[in-house]
Design a protein around this ligand. Structure first.
Ligand code: ZN
Length: 382
């Protein structure tokens, strides 16, 4: 049973990210783990984060939806968590998957403001509309509450039940146009700034400068939220493009394309950073789609697709599904992706710019908790 819980925690780990391009909502982890009435279990439970991530995925109608988690440092030694859970949160902290703070203050709101993300919280934020006008917008502040099939969202402020993102604030755009370096050695959030991919490799993490979270401005200047240290400007942030995979009408995964790292997409690419589709494909699609079916590159701001498959692929210009308009992409052939274009690996399996792809929302996302037996939520602490 404990082994299965570990598997669930691993699945949840794949859904926590401080990457500003991929995170879809902000949460305060110390708050989430104590939403006891979500499952009626023990006072603090890390699996509640999984329940909330599932609710977010259901409501957005997408698989693989990451959340940006703010973690008070006290949580790393919170005696209400199991030792295994504390170990997992420490690993997330070490790897920079979550943001650890000595004084969280209103960092959750700052991140939501800078990145234009919805906030999942039960705290009443009504009083903050003056400072953050988006608090009053529909879908920007939602409280997860128990529902029949898992948590559902209700709004304290602004109405709406679907989490809705907004635009990054002008300050957020400015902060995210640069890469930052923290003087604290081994900083998981702002280490390796200015060094590019090589330094990221040395740090043992595959987080590049384009995945850095937004610095905090609580001191008035860009500061590391973890170390409170003033950050130095390490040059312009590399250009990126957020792409997405849609299979059977549902967006399954978003991923980042940078100018330094090509990304392979296929049934099971055997290269680092590859996007694996196998789990979402039926037998026929699995037979058709190669292990590495396409390679994507970002060259001077253009997305270039190269077919690396056995069977070839196609491009749907402007996203049109009309058969005569489909452009064939033979093995080894390349093409620049124009606005709205979708790459077709197989009928119903598409890759395109995330902003131009949406789910048709008639499918139910895969649960991050799929491995969790219902009773695991009620297990006493070992
Ligand atoms: Zn730092």
């Amino acid at each position: 049973m404990r082994f299965e819980i570990s598997k669930v925690l691993d699945a949840i780990e794949g859904r926590v990210s401080t990457d500003p391009a991929l995170a879809r909502a902000v949460v305060d982890l110390a708050e989430v783990i104590r939403w006891q009435n979500l499952d009626g279990g023990r006072p603090a439970n890390l699996l509640r984060l999984g329940m909330v991530i599932d609710a977010l995925a259901r409501q957005i109608g997408e698989d693989s939806v990451p959340v940006y988690a703010i973690v008070h440092r006290a949580l790393l030694s919170d005696a209400d968590l199991t030792s295994n859970e504390r170990m997992v949160v420490r690993r997330w902290a070490d790897d920079g998957l979550v943001e650890v703070l000595d004084q969280p203050g209103d960092r959750m709101l700052e991140v939501a403001d800078l990145l234009g993300l919805p906030v999942l919280t039960r705290a009443r934020l009504d009083g903050l509309v003056g400072r953050y006008p988006w608090v009053g917008q529909a879908g920007r502040v939602l409280a997860p509450v128990p529902g029949a099939g898992g948590p559902v969202f209700i709004a304290h402020v602004g109405g709406g039940q679907n989490p809705v993102g907004g635009n990054r604030s002008p300050v957020g755009m400015k902060l995210l146009s640069r890469q930052w370096h923290c003087p604290e050695s081994g900083c998981a959030l702002f280490g390796g700034g200015g060094g590019g991919g090589a330094f990221a490799d040395l740090a043992g993490a595959d987080r590049g400068p384009s995945e850095q979270p937004p610095p905090t401005l609580r001191t008035g200047a860009p500061t590391c939220p973890r170390h409170g240290a003033r950050l130095s400007d390490a040059g312009p942030r590399p250009r990126t493009e957020v792409l997405a995979v849609r299979i059977g009408g549902l967006v399954r995964k978003r991923f980042l394309l940078t100018e330094t790292e090509p990304v392979s997409v296929g049934r099971a690419p055997d290269v680092p950073g590859g996007v694996t589709l196998g789990q979402w494909l039926n037998d026929e699609a699995r037979r058709w789609i190669s292990r590495s079916h396409i390679r994507l590159e970002l060259r001077v701001g253009e997305v270039v697709v190269t077919d690396t498959s056995t069977n070839g692929s196609g491009v749907r210009p402007g996203g049109s599904m009309a058969e005569p308009e489909r452009v064939k992409l033979a093995p080894q052939q390349s093409r620049v992706l124009a606005e709205g274009d979708l790459i077709e690996l197989y009928p119903g399996v598409h890759v395109g710019r995330a902003a131009e792809l949406s789910s048709d929302a008639t499918y139910t996302p895969n649960s991050v908790m799929a491995e969790a037996p219902t009773m695991a939520m009620r297990l006493p602490r070992p």
